[in-house]
Design a protein around this ligand. Structure first.
Ligand SMILES: *Cc1c(COP(=O)(O)O)cnc(C)c1O
Length: 452
Protein backbone atom coordinates (compact mmCIF):
# COMPACT_ATOMS: atom_id res chain seq x y z
CA UNK A 1 0.00 0.00 0.00
CA UNK A 2 1.09 3.57 -0.57
CA UNK A 3 2.12 5.82 2.26
CA UNK A 4 -0.27 8.21 3.95
CA UNK A 5 -0.89 11.13 1.56
CA UNK A 6 -2.71 14.46 1.58
CA UNK A 7 -5.52 12.70 -0.33
CA UNK A 8 -5.88 10.21 2.52
CA UNK A 9 -5.99 13.08 4.95
CA UNK A 10 -8.74 14.77 2.93
CA UNK A 11 -10.69 11.52 2.71
CA UNK A 12 -10.33 10.89 6.40
CA UNK A 13 -11.67 14.28 7.30
CA UNK A 14 -14.48 14.01 4.78
CA UNK A 15 -15.47 10.62 6.21
CA UNK A 16 -15.41 12.00 9.75
CA UNK A 17 -17.61 14.92 8.62
CA UNK A 18 -20.00 12.56 6.85
CA UNK A 19 -20.32 10.43 9.99
CA UNK A 20 -20.88 13.45 12.22
CA UNK A 21 -23.58 14.74 9.85
CA UNK A 22 -25.25 11.33 9.66
CA UNK A 23 -25.34 11.09 13.45
CA UNK A 24 -26.64 14.62 13.89
CA UNK A 25 -29.50 14.53 11.43
CA UNK A 26 -32.77 12.70 11.33
CA UNK A 27 -31.73 10.51 8.44
CA UNK A 28 -34.29 9.65 5.76
CA UNK A 29 -35.54 6.07 5.51
CA UNK A 30 -34.04 5.71 2.03
CA UNK A 31 -34.89 2.92 -0.36
CA UNK A 32 -33.47 -0.16 -2.08
CA UNK A 33 -32.39 0.10 -5.72
CA UNK A 34 -32.29 -2.69 -8.27
CA UNK A 35 -28.98 -4.13 -9.51
CA UNK A 36 -29.61 -2.39 -12.85
CA UNK A 37 -30.22 0.98 -11.20
CA UNK A 38 -27.06 0.66 -9.14
CA UNK A 39 -25.09 -0.44 -12.19
CA UNK A 40 -26.35 2.65 -13.95
CA UNK A 41 -25.68 5.08 -11.08
CA UNK A 42 -22.49 3.67 -9.59
CA UNK A 43 -20.97 1.65 -12.43
CA UNK A 44 -17.63 -0.08 -11.98
CA UNK A 45 -16.12 1.12 -8.72
CA UNK A 46 -13.10 -1.16 -8.50
CA UNK A 47 -10.50 -0.23 -11.11
CA UNK A 48 -6.79 -0.97 -11.59
CA UNK A 49 -5.79 2.59 -10.69
CA UNK A 50 -8.40 3.31 -8.02
CA UNK A 51 -11.00 6.07 -8.25
CA UNK A 52 -9.54 8.03 -5.33
CA UNK A 53 -11.06 8.96 -1.99
CA UNK A 54 -13.17 11.90 -3.16
CA UNK A 55 -14.97 9.96 -5.87
CA UNK A 56 -15.38 6.83 -3.72
CA UNK A 57 -16.90 8.83 -0.89
CA UNK A 58 -19.11 10.76 -3.30
CA UNK A 59 -20.43 7.45 -4.63
CA UNK A 60 -21.23 6.33 -1.12
CA UNK A 61 -22.87 9.59 -0.09
CA UNK A 62 -24.87 10.11 -3.29
CA UNK A 63 -25.70 6.61 -4.49
CA UNK A 64 -24.80 3.65 -2.30
CA UNK A 65 -25.69 4.99 1.16
CA UNK A 66 -29.15 6.20 0.09
CA UNK A 67 -29.75 2.71 -1.33
CA UNK A 68 -29.54 1.30 2.22
CA UNK A 69 -32.46 1.67 4.62
CA UNK A 70 -31.84 3.58 7.86
CA UNK A 71 -32.62 0.93 10.47
CA UNK A 72 -32.61 3.61 13.17
CA UNK A 73 -35.42 5.63 11.58
CA UNK A 74 -38.24 6.00 14.16
CA UNK A 75 -40.75 4.57 11.69
CA UNK A 76 -38.57 1.62 10.63
CA UNK A 77 -40.68 -0.98 12.46
CA UNK A 78 -40.02 -4.16 10.48
CA UNK A 79 -38.12 -7.27 11.55
CA UNK A 80 -36.22 -6.15 14.65
CA UNK A 81 -34.78 -2.67 14.01
CA UNK A 82 -31.73 -1.13 15.65
CA UNK A 83 -31.44 2.23 17.36
CA UNK A 84 -27.85 2.92 18.37
CA UNK A 85 -27.13 5.82 20.69
CA UNK A 86 -24.81 8.45 19.26
CA UNK A 87 -22.23 7.37 21.83
CA UNK A 88 -22.38 3.76 20.66
CA UNK A 89 -22.40 4.60 16.95
CA UNK A 90 -19.50 7.02 17.21
CA UNK A 91 -17.47 4.63 19.33
CA UNK A 92 -17.93 2.08 16.57
CA UNK A 93 -15.81 4.37 14.37
CA UNK A 94 -13.18 4.48 17.08
CA UNK A 95 -13.09 0.69 17.25
CA UNK A 96 -12.38 0.56 13.54
CA UNK A 97 -9.70 3.22 13.79
CA UNK A 98 -7.95 1.54 16.71
CA UNK A 99 -6.93 -1.77 15.14
CA UNK A 100 -7.79 -3.76 18.23
CA UNK A 101 -7.69 -7.56 18.03
CA UNK A 102 -10.57 -8.68 20.22
CA UNK A 103 -9.95 -12.42 20.22
CA UNK A 104 -7.43 -12.74 23.04
CA UNK A 105 -6.49 -11.18 26.35
CA UNK A 106 -2.85 -10.98 25.26
CA UNK A 107 -3.70 -8.71 22.34
CA UNK A 108 -6.81 -6.90 23.56
CA UNK A 109 -6.83 -6.95 27.36
CA UNK A 110 -8.23 -3.41 27.73
CA UNK A 111 -11.02 -4.05 25.26
CA UNK A 112 -11.86 -7.44 26.77
CA UNK A 113 -11.91 -5.93 30.26
CA UNK A 114 -14.42 -3.29 29.16
CA UNK A 115 -16.55 -5.80 27.23
CA UNK A 116 -16.60 -8.08 30.25
CA UNK A 117 -17.97 -5.27 32.40
CA UNK A 118 -20.81 -4.86 29.92
CA UNK A 119 -21.40 -8.63 29.99
CA UNK A 120 -21.38 -8.43 33.79
CA UNK A 121 -24.16 -5.84 33.72
CA UNK A 122 -26.30 -8.20 31.62
CA UNK A 123 -25.43 -11.23 33.81
CA UNK A 124 -26.46 -9.30 36.90
CA UNK A 125 -29.76 -8.26 35.31
CA UNK A 126 -30.40 -11.92 34.56
CA UNK A 127 -29.35 -12.99 38.04
CA UNK A 128 -26.60 -15.28 36.77
CA UNK A 129 -23.80 -16.24 39.20
CA UNK A 130 -20.57 -14.28 39.63
CA UNK A 131 -18.54 -16.75 37.56
CA UNK A 132 -20.87 -16.41 34.54
CA UNK A 133 -19.29 -14.93 31.44
CA UNK A 134 -18.74 -15.26 27.73
CA UNK A 135 -18.12 -13.02 24.78
CA UNK A 136 -19.70 -10.72 22.25
CA UNK A 137 -20.29 -12.46 18.93
CA UNK A 138 -21.68 -11.35 15.61
CA UNK A 139 -25.35 -11.90 16.31
CA UNK A 140 -27.98 -14.14 17.82
CA UNK A 141 -27.43 -16.70 15.10
CA UNK A 142 -23.82 -17.35 16.09
CA UNK A 143 -24.70 -16.91 19.78
CA UNK A 144 -27.40 -19.58 19.63
CA UNK A 145 -25.25 -21.96 17.60
CA UNK A 146 -22.25 -21.53 19.88
CA UNK A 147 -24.36 -22.09 23.02
CA UNK A 148 -25.97 -25.22 21.58
CA UNK A 149 -22.61 -26.64 20.50
CA UNK A 150 -21.31 -26.08 24.05
CA UNK A 151 -24.46 -27.74 25.40
CA UNK A 152 -23.97 -30.81 23.23
CA UNK A 153 -20.29 -31.06 24.11
CA UNK A 154 -21.14 -30.82 27.79
CA UNK A 155 -23.76 -33.58 27.43
CA UNK A 156 -21.23 -35.82 25.64
CA UNK A 157 -18.75 -35.38 28.46
CA UNK A 158 -21.37 -35.99 31.14
CA UNK A 159 -22.63 -39.17 29.48
CA UNK A 160 -19.21 -40.37 28.41
CA UNK A 161 -20.55 -40.85 24.89
CA UNK A 162 -23.28 -39.96 22.47
CA UNK A 163 -26.68 -41.46 21.67
CA UNK A 164 -27.52 -42.54 18.12
CA UNK A 165 -29.16 -39.14 17.54
CA UNK A 166 -29.15 -35.90 19.53
CA UNK A 167 -32.31 -33.80 19.98
CA UNK A 168 -33.37 -30.41 21.37
CA UNK A 169 -36.82 -29.14 22.36
CA UNK A 170 -38.14 -25.91 20.81
CA UNK A 171 -41.50 -24.45 19.76
CA UNK A 172 -42.94 -23.25 16.49
CA UNK A 173 -42.07 -19.68 17.53
CA UNK A 174 -38.42 -20.48 18.30
CA UNK A 175 -36.24 -18.32 16.05
CA UNK A 176 -35.22 -19.69 12.65
CA UNK A 177 -31.54 -19.38 13.63
CA UNK A 178 -31.99 -21.96 16.39
CA UNK A 179 -33.79 -24.42 14.15
CA UNK A 180 -31.25 -23.90 11.39
CA UNK A 181 -28.35 -24.35 13.81
CA UNK A 182 -29.85 -27.59 15.08
CA UNK A 183 -31.21 -29.19 11.94
CA UNK A 184 -28.71 -28.05 9.33
CA UNK A 185 -25.47 -27.00 11.00
CA UNK A 186 -25.43 -29.50 13.87
CA UNK A 187 -27.58 -32.30 12.33
CA UNK A 188 -29.59 -32.54 15.56
CA UNK A 189 -33.28 -33.57 15.74
CA UNK A 190 -35.73 -30.79 16.57
CA UNK A 191 -38.61 -31.70 18.89
CA UNK A 192 -41.42 -29.17 18.64
CA UNK A 193 -43.40 -28.51 21.80
CA UNK A 194 -46.86 -27.03 21.08
CA UNK A 195 -47.14 -23.42 22.22
CA UNK A 196 -50.03 -21.96 24.20
CA UNK A 197 -52.56 -19.54 22.67
CA UNK A 198 -49.82 -16.88 22.43
CA UNK A 199 -47.20 -19.31 21.16
CA UNK A 200 -45.35 -19.57 24.48
CA UNK A 201 -43.64 -22.75 25.58
CA UNK A 202 -45.00 -23.74 28.99
CA UNK A 203 -43.23 -26.12 31.34
CA UNK A 204 -46.35 -28.29 31.42
CA UNK A 205 -46.48 -28.67 27.63
CA UNK A 206 -42.78 -29.48 27.56
CA UNK A 207 -43.24 -32.16 30.21
CA UNK A 208 -46.22 -33.68 28.35
CA UNK A 209 -44.45 -33.68 25.00
CA UNK A 210 -41.41 -35.41 26.41
CA UNK A 211 -43.48 -37.92 28.39
CA UNK A 212 -45.18 -38.98 25.14
CA UNK A 213 -41.84 -39.78 23.44
CA UNK A 214 -40.31 -43.25 23.29
CA UNK A 215 -37.33 -43.96 25.54
CA UNK A 216 -34.76 -43.58 22.80
CA UNK A 217 -36.12 -40.23 21.62
CA UNK A 218 -36.35 -38.95 25.18
CA UNK A 219 -32.80 -40.04 25.88
CA UNK A 220 -31.56 -38.20 22.79
CA UNK A 221 -32.50 -34.79 24.24
CA UNK A 222 -29.62 -32.71 25.60
CA UNK A 223 -31.12 -29.21 25.74
CA UNK A 224 -34.23 -27.09 25.62
CA UNK A 225 -34.39 -23.60 24.14
CA UNK A 226 -36.63 -21.06 25.87
CA UNK A 227 -37.26 -17.79 24.05
CA UNK A 228 -37.33 -14.59 26.06
CA UNK A 229 -39.17 -12.44 23.54
CA UNK A 230 -40.18 -14.31 20.39
CA UNK A 231 -39.36 -12.45 17.20
CA UNK A 232 -42.74 -12.59 15.48
CA UNK A 233 -45.01 -12.26 18.53
CA UNK A 234 -42.77 -10.69 21.15
CA UNK A 235 -43.82 -12.98 24.00
CA UNK A 236 -41.74 -14.61 26.71
CA UNK A 237 -41.80 -18.39 27.30
CA UNK A 238 -42.46 -19.85 30.76
CA UNK A 239 -38.77 -19.94 31.57
CA UNK A 240 -39.17 -21.07 35.20
CA UNK A 241 -41.49 -23.94 34.23
CA UNK A 242 -39.11 -24.97 31.44
CA UNK A 243 -36.16 -24.80 33.87
CA UNK A 244 -37.94 -27.24 36.19
CA UNK A 245 -38.29 -29.80 33.41
CA UNK A 246 -34.70 -29.23 32.29
CA UNK A 247 -33.54 -29.89 35.86
CA UNK A 248 -35.59 -33.07 36.12
CA UNK A 249 -33.86 -34.46 33.03
CA UNK A 250 -30.42 -32.93 33.45
CA UNK A 251 -30.73 -30.94 30.20
CA UNK A 252 -28.97 -27.72 29.33
CA UNK A 253 -31.29 -24.69 29.38
CA UNK A 254 -30.51 -22.14 26.69
CA UNK A 255 -32.46 -18.88 26.82
CA UNK A 256 -32.65 -16.94 23.54
CA UNK A 257 -33.21 -13.31 24.48
CA UNK A 258 -31.72 -11.90 21.26
CA UNK A 259 -34.53 -9.38 21.01
CA UNK A 260 -36.41 -9.50 24.31
CA UNK A 261 -33.53 -9.97 26.74
CA UNK A 262 -33.23 -6.19 26.96
CA UNK A 263 -36.53 -6.26 28.85
CA UNK A 264 -34.54 -7.48 31.85
CA UNK A 265 -33.56 -3.84 32.35
CA UNK A 266 -37.19 -2.71 32.65
CA UNK A 267 -38.85 -3.20 36.05
CA UNK A 268 -42.33 -3.16 34.45
CA UNK A 269 -41.67 -6.45 32.60
CA UNK A 270 -38.82 -7.99 34.58
CA UNK A 271 -41.22 -10.47 36.21
CA UNK A 272 -41.87 -12.14 32.83
CA UNK A 273 -38.29 -13.40 32.80
CA UNK A 274 -38.49 -15.35 36.07
CA UNK A 275 -36.31 -18.44 35.76
CA UNK A 276 -33.72 -16.85 33.45
CA UNK A 277 -31.30 -16.96 36.38
CA UNK A 278 -31.33 -20.75 35.93
CA UNK A 279 -30.12 -20.62 32.30
CA UNK A 280 -26.97 -22.51 31.36
CA UNK A 281 -26.53 -20.07 28.52
CA UNK A 282 -28.22 -16.83 27.58
CA UNK A 283 -28.00 -14.42 24.67
CA UNK A 284 -29.13 -10.87 24.05
CA UNK A 285 -28.34 -8.72 21.01
CA UNK A 286 -27.31 -5.18 21.99
CA UNK A 287 -27.86 -4.34 18.30
CA UNK A 288 -31.58 -4.94 18.77
CA UNK A 289 -33.12 -3.36 21.86
CA UNK A 290 -29.99 -2.20 23.70
CA UNK A 291 -29.08 0.74 21.48
CA UNK A 292 -25.85 -0.52 19.94
CA UNK A 293 -24.94 -0.67 16.24
CA UNK A 294 -24.64 -3.94 14.28
CA UNK A 295 -23.27 -6.39 14.93
CA UNK A 296 -23.25 -7.45 18.51
CA UNK A 297 -24.66 -10.36 20.52
CA UNK A 298 -23.81 -10.91 24.18
CA UNK A 299 -23.34 -14.66 24.73
CA UNK A 300 -23.15 -15.62 28.40
CA UNK A 301 -22.60 -19.01 30.01
CA UNK A 302 -23.41 -19.96 33.59
CA UNK A 303 -20.21 -22.03 33.63
CA UNK A 304 -17.75 -20.58 31.11
CA UNK A 305 -15.36 -23.48 31.70
CA UNK A 306 -17.72 -25.82 29.86
CA UNK A 307 -17.94 -23.40 26.96
CA UNK A 308 -14.17 -23.17 26.81
CA UNK A 309 -13.86 -26.94 26.61
CA UNK A 310 -16.16 -26.89 23.60
CA UNK A 311 -14.80 -23.87 21.76
CA UNK A 312 -11.09 -23.34 22.43
CA UNK A 313 -9.13 -23.97 19.24
CA UNK A 314 -5.84 -25.79 19.65
CA UNK A 315 -2.75 -25.23 17.48
CA UNK A 316 0.91 -24.60 18.10
CA UNK A 317 0.64 -21.07 16.71
CA UNK A 318 -2.11 -20.34 19.25
CA UNK A 319 -0.11 -21.50 22.29
CA UNK A 320 1.05 -17.94 23.12
CA UNK A 321 -2.56 -16.80 23.69
CA UNK A 322 -3.72 -19.98 25.46
CA UNK A 323 -2.69 -18.87 28.92
CA UNK A 324 -4.31 -20.26 32.05
CA UNK A 325 -6.42 -17.62 33.77
CA UNK A 326 -6.60 -15.24 30.77
CA UNK A 327 -10.00 -14.47 29.28
CA UNK A 328 -9.92 -15.06 25.53
CA UNK A 329 -13.24 -14.18 23.88
CA UNK A 330 -12.35 -16.53 21.03
CA UNK A 331 -12.66 -19.45 23.49
CA UNK A 332 -16.40 -19.05 23.99
CA UNK A 333 -17.88 -19.25 20.50
CA UNK A 334 -17.37 -20.28 16.93
CA UNK A 335 -14.90 -17.57 16.07
CA UNK A 336 -11.20 -16.78 16.31
CA UNK A 337 -10.33 -13.38 14.88
CA UNK A 338 -12.81 -11.02 16.42
CA UNK A 339 -13.70 -7.36 16.17
CA UNK A 340 -14.16 -6.01 19.71
CA UNK A 341 -17.82 -5.71 18.82
CA UNK A 342 -19.02 -5.27 22.39
CA UNK A 343 -17.15 -1.98 22.78
CA UNK A 344 -19.71 0.42 21.25
CA UNK A 345 -22.32 -1.01 23.64
CA UNK A 346 -19.89 -0.84 26.57
CA UNK A 347 -18.97 2.79 25.81
CA UNK A 348 -22.57 3.93 25.62
CA UNK A 349 -23.48 2.04 28.80
CA UNK A 350 -20.49 3.56 30.59
CA UNK A 351 -21.33 7.08 29.32
CA UNK A 352 -25.06 7.08 30.01
CA UNK A 353 -25.25 4.69 32.96
CA UNK A 354 -27.54 1.78 33.64
CA UNK A 355 -30.46 4.00 34.72
CA UNK A 356 -30.63 5.59 31.27
CA UNK A 357 -30.85 2.11 29.76
CA UNK A 358 -33.68 1.21 32.11
CA UNK A 359 -35.51 4.42 31.17
CA UNK A 360 -34.97 3.99 27.42
CA UNK A 361 -36.29 0.41 27.44
CA UNK A 362 -39.27 1.53 29.55
CA UNK A 363 -39.91 4.36 27.08
CA UNK A 364 -40.30 1.89 24.19
CA UNK A 365 -42.57 -0.29 26.34
CA UNK A 366 -44.75 2.74 27.13
CA UNK A 367 -45.06 3.61 23.43
CA UNK A 368 -45.81 -0.02 22.55
CA UNK A 369 -48.58 -0.14 25.17
CA UNK A 370 -50.08 3.07 23.81
CA UNK A 371 -49.80 1.65 20.28
CA UNK A 372 -51.67 -1.47 21.39
CA UNK A 373 -54.40 0.76 22.79
CA UNK A 374 -54.65 2.62 19.46
CA UNK A 375 -55.07 -0.68 17.62
CA UNK A 376 -57.68 -1.89 20.12
CA UNK A 377 -59.61 1.36 19.73
CA UNK A 378 -59.57 1.49 15.91
CA UNK A 379 -62.24 -0.34 13.98
CA UNK A 380 -60.26 -1.17 10.87
CA UNK A 381 -57.47 -3.07 12.64
CA UNK A 382 -57.31 -5.86 15.18
CA UNK A 383 -54.61 -6.83 17.64
CA UNK A 384 -53.86 -10.54 17.21
CA UNK A 385 -51.76 -11.23 20.33
CA UNK A 386 -51.73 -9.54 23.71
CA UNK A 387 -48.19 -8.15 23.78
CA UNK A 388 -45.63 -8.94 26.49
CA UNK A 389 -42.94 -6.58 25.19
CA UNK A 390 -42.71 -4.20 22.23
CA UNK A 391 -43.88 -6.28 19.28
CA UNK A 392 -47.44 -5.54 18.17
CA UNK A 393 -48.98 -8.11 15.84
CA UNK A 394 -52.16 -6.94 14.13
CA UNK A 395 -54.25 -7.21 11.00
CA UNK A 396 -56.16 -4.81 8.82
CA UNK A 397 -59.60 -6.35 8.68
CA UNK A 398 -60.45 -7.45 5.15
CA UNK A 399 -56.95 -7.15 3.64
CA UNK A 400 -55.19 -9.88 1.68
CA UNK A 401 -51.51 -10.37 0.87
CA UNK A 402 -51.61 -7.95 -2.06
CA UNK A 403 -53.21 -5.20 0.01
CA UNK A 404 -50.43 -5.40 2.60
CA UNK A 405 -47.79 -5.49 -0.12
CA UNK A 406 -49.20 -2.46 -1.93
CA UNK A 407 -49.62 -0.47 1.28
CA UNK A 408 -46.11 -1.37 2.53
CA UNK A 409 -44.45 -0.36 -0.75
CA UNK A 410 -46.32 2.92 -0.83
CA UNK A 411 -45.28 3.76 2.73
CA UNK A 412 -41.66 3.14 1.82
CA UNK A 413 -41.86 4.92 -1.53
CA UNK A 414 -43.37 7.94 0.23
CA UNK A 415 -40.59 7.70 2.84
CA UNK A 416 -43.15 7.47 5.62
CA UNK A 417 -42.41 4.12 7.22
CA UNK A 418 -40.98 0.65 6.72
CA UNK A 419 -43.54 -1.95 7.80
CA UNK A 420 -43.59 -5.42 6.25
CA UNK A 421 -46.24 -8.14 6.33
CA UNK A 422 -45.87 -11.36 8.29
CA UNK A 423 -48.03 -14.40 9.01
CA UNK A 424 -49.63 -15.79 12.10
CA UNK A 425 -51.78 -18.92 12.32
CA UNK A 426 -51.76 -19.04 8.54
CA UNK A 427 -53.13 -15.49 8.20
CA UNK A 428 -51.34 -12.58 6.64
CA UNK A 429 -50.97 -9.65 9.03
CA UNK A 430 -48.37 -7.08 9.97
CA UNK A 431 -46.39 -6.07 13.02
CA UNK A 432 -44.59 -3.22 14.67
CA UNK A 433 -41.31 -3.98 16.44
CA UNK A 434 -40.50 -0.97 18.59
CA UNK A 435 -36.95 -0.70 19.91
CA UNK A 436 -36.28 2.97 19.20
CA UNK A 437 -36.91 5.43 22.06
CA UNK A 438 -37.45 8.11 19.40
CA UNK A 439 -40.51 6.31 18.01
CA UNK A 440 -43.61 8.14 19.24
CA UNK A 441 -47.26 7.22 19.63
CA UNK A 442 -47.94 9.74 16.83
CA UNK A 443 -45.64 7.76 14.55
CA UNK A 444 -47.69 4.63 15.20
CA UNK A 445 -50.98 6.54 14.78
CA UNK A 446 -49.82 7.86 11.40
CA UNK A 447 -49.17 4.34 10.15
CA UNK A 448 -52.35 2.86 11.58
CA UNK A 449 -54.37 5.68 9.98
CA UNK A 450 -52.72 4.99 6.64
CA UNK A 451 -54.46 1.58 6.65
CA UNK A 452 -57.98 3.01 6.57
C1 LIG B 1 -32.96 -11.70 15.84
C2 LIG B 1 -33.09 -12.96 16.59
C3 LIG B 1 -32.13 -13.98 16.47
C4 LIG B 1 -31.01 -13.90 15.47
O1 LIG B 1 -30.12 -12.89 15.79
P1 LIG B 1 -29.17 -12.21 14.69
O2 LIG B 1 -28.46 -11.17 15.49
O3 LIG B 1 -30.07 -11.67 13.62
O4 LIG B 1 -28.27 -13.27 14.17
C5 LIG B 1 -32.26 -15.08 17.28
N1 LIG B 1 -33.27 -15.19 18.15
C6 LIG B 1 -34.22 -14.24 18.29
C7 LIG B 1 -35.31 -14.44 19.29
C8 LIG B 1 -34.16 -13.09 17.50
O5 LIG B 1 -35.11 -12.16 17.63
Amino acid sequence: MHRYTPADDRALRAIADYCLDRLAMEAPLDRPLSPAELEDLAGQTVTPGGIGPDEALRLWADVLGPACLSVDHPRYLSFIPSAPTKAAASFDMLVGASSVYGGSWLEGSGAVYAENQALRWISDLAGLPAEAGGAFVQGGTIGNLSALVAARESASHKRGGRPRRWAVCVTEETHSSVKHALAVVMDVDVIEVPGDARGRMLGTALRDTVAALGDEARDSIFAVVATAGTTNLGVVDDIAGIADVADEHGWWLHVDGAYGGAGLAAPSVRGLFAGVERADSFIVDPHKWLFAPFDSCALIYRDPVQARVAHTQHASYLDPVTVEGEWNPSDFAIQLTRRARGLPFWFSLAVHGADAYRDAVEQTLTVARAGADLIRAAEHVQLLIEPDLTVLLFERIGWDVDDYARWGSELLADQIAFVTPTRHDGRVCTRFAIVNPLTTVDDLALIIDSMR
